[in-house]
Ligand binder design. Structure first.
Ligand SMILES: Cc1cc2nc3c(=O)[nH]c(=O)nc-3n(C[C@H](O)[C@H](O)[C@H](O)COP(=O)(O)OP(=O)(O)OC[C@H]3O[C@@H](n4cnc5c(N)ncnc54)[C@H](O)[C@@H]3O)c2cc1C
Length: 378
C-alpha cells in the first residue's frame, strides 16, 4: 500500500523518515524546485528531539545547532520576568532545547530520504477519489500519480486541506512577525539562552543558533497583509525597538537587510477531523498554531512519529482515525495556550500587572506544564 506525502517541510520529511524506518511504502513531493538557505531559526524542544533521536538524526541536529540551557522571559531592558534554567529537563531527557537554522534541519531530514522516494519541483494541484478506492493526484505541471493514501503535509495554506475541508479557517492574530539571522556573536552569558522580551505591545526574541549567528524574531501589532519597502525595513525595526536594550538594535543592525522576512501571525481554527477516508493531514496543514510556545514544528515532528508508530505497513487500513484520537488533545491544548499567550504578550492595558503575574508565577507550575508537554510515549 502506497502513501503519497505532499510537502517536504518539517512534517512531510520527518514522516517520510519515520515511514522509511518502518518499511512503509511512500513517496514525498515538494513544490519548491530546490532547498535553499531560506528561513531563520527554529527552537526544537525535547519532545521533538526525542523523536529525532529515535529516527537517528539527533547527533547531527545537535552538531549543527546550539543548545539552549536557560529560557528567559524578560522586559525590554533585558531584566528577567521569569528565568528558567533547563537543568531538570536535561536530567530527564538528556538534552534541553536546540536552536538551529531551519534550512539546516530541512537539509538533514532531506538527506535521509533515498533519492527515488523524493521529488522536488512538484506542486500538488488537486486530488480525485477513484471508484476503486484509490486516489488520483494531479500536479501543477499536469502530471499525475495514483496512490492508496494521501497525506497533506503542505503547511498552513495547504491545498490538500482546502479541497478536503473547504470550510477550514485560518485565523489572523492581529500580529506580524519579522525574523532574521544576524552575523553577531553574543556575550558568553547569552550564548546558551533563549530570550523573549516583552515591551509595550511589542516583543523581541533571540537565541544563538551557531557561533557568530543569532536568530531573532520581532512581533508587533499590525493589519494583515502589509508589506515593507525592503530598503527601509531595517531602519523601521531599529526605530520600533529604540526603547529596548541597545543589544537589540545591535542585533537588528547586524542582519543582512535582504534576509529579513515578514509574516503575519496566524493559526488554523481547530478542526473536528484531520482526515476523510484515505486522505489525512499532518503538521500545519491540520493544526497550525501560533509560534508563541515554539511548538508548531515540534508538533509536526510528533505527528510524524505517531503516524509512523500507528501505521501497519502491510495493512490495507490507514491509521488516520487512530492518529487523530491520539493527537488531538495535546495539539489543541497547545494551539489554545499559544493563542492566549500571544494575546497576553500584547495587552494594551495593565502591562505592569501582566509583568507582576509573569514574575510571580510559581516556577514549579511552569516547569510541570512544560515537562508534561515534552513527554513522548514510546
Ligand atoms: C515566526 C514563526 C516562528 C516559529 N518558531 C517555531 C519554533 O521555534 N519552534 C517550533 O517548533 N515551531 C516554530 N514555528 C512553527 C513551525 O515553523 C511550523 O509549525 C512548521 O514549519 C510546520 O511544518 P510543516 O511541515 O507542517 O509546514 P511547513 O513548514 O509550512 O512546510 C510545508 C511544505 O509544503 C510545501 N508545499 C506547500 N504547498 C505545496 C504544494 N501545493 N505541493 C507540494 N508541496 C507544497 C512547502 O513548500 C513546504 O516545504 C514557528 C512559526 C513561525 C511562523
Amino acid at each position: 500500500m502506497k502513501y503519497t506525502i505532499i510537502g517536504g517541510g518539517i512534517a512531510g520529511l520527518t514522516t517520510a523518515l519515520a515511514f522509511e524506518k518502518k518499511g512503509i511504502d511512500y513517496q514525498v513531493f515538494e513544490k519548491t524546485p530546490a532547498l535553499k538557505e531560506v528561513g531563520a531559526g527554529i527552537w526544537l524542544a525535547p519532545n521533538a528531539l526525542q523523536v529525532l533521536e529515535i529516527l537517528g538524526i539527533l547527533e547531527e541536529v545537535k552538531s549543527q545547532g546550539n543548545s539552549i540551557d536557560r529560557i528567559t522571559l524578560g522586559k525590554s531592558d533585558l531584566s528577567a520576568l521569569s528565568d528558567t534554567p533547563q537543568d531538570k529537563v536535561k536530567d530527564t531527557f538528556g538534552y534541553s532545547t536546540i536552536a538551529i537554522h531551519r534550512a539546516k534541519l530541512q537539509q538533514i531530514l532531506f538527506d535521509q530520504i533515498p533519492d527515488h522516494k523524493k521529488s522536488l519541483g512538484k506542486g500538488f494541484q488537486s486530488f480525485e477519489k477513484l471508484s476503486n478506492g484509490k486516489i488520483k493526484i494531479t500536479f501543477e505541471d499536469q502530471s499525475t500519480t495514483i496512490t492508496d493514501f494521501l497525506i497533506g503535509a503542505d503547511g498552513i495554506n495547504s491545498k490538500v486541506r482546502q479541497q478536503l475541508f473547504p470550510e477550514s479557517q485560518i485565523r489572523f492574530t492581529g500580529q506580524t512577525c519579522w525574523r532574521g539571522v544576524a552575523n553577531f556573536e553574543l556575550d558568553k552569558a547569552f550564548q546558551h539562552r533563549g530570550m523573549e522580551l516583552w515591551g509595550n505591545q511589542i516583543r523581541f526574541g533571540m537565541s544563538r543558533i551557531l557561533k557568530g549567528k543569532v536568530y531573532w524574531f520581532a512581533v508587533a501589532l499590525d493589519r494583515a497583509n502589509q508589506k515593507d519597502d525592503p530598503n527601509m525595513v531595517q531602519e523601521k525595526l531599529l526605530g520600533m525597538y529604540k526603547d529596548f536594550h541597545p543589544l537589540i538594535n545591535q542585533i537588528i543592525a547586524a542582519t543582512p537587510k535582504d534576509k529579513i522576512m515578514r509574516n503575519d501571525i496566524t493559526d488554523l481554527r481547530p478542526m473536528k477531523k484531520w482526515s476523510d477516508g484515505n486522505i489525512g493531514l499532518i503538521g500545519d496543514a491540520g493544526h497550525a498554531t501560533t509560534p508563541n510556545m515554539g511548538q508548531g514544528g515540534g508538533q509536526a515532528i510528533e505527528d510524524a512519529y505517531y503516524l509512523g508508530l500507528l501505521t501497519n505497513p502491510s495493512s490495507e487500513e490507514h491509521a488516520f482515525d487512530l492518529f487523530y484520537k491520539k493527537r488531538k488533545k495535546k495539539v489543541q491544548a497547545i494551539v489554545n495556550q499559544s493563542w492566549t499567550t500571544g494575546k497576553v504578550a500584547h495587552w494594551k492595558y495593565g502591562t505592569g500587572f501582566r509583568n507582576f503575574l509573569m514574575k510571580n508565577l510559581p516556577k514549579t507550575f511552569i516547569e510541570k506544564k512544560l515537562m508534561k508537554m515534552y513527554i513522548i510515549e514510546k
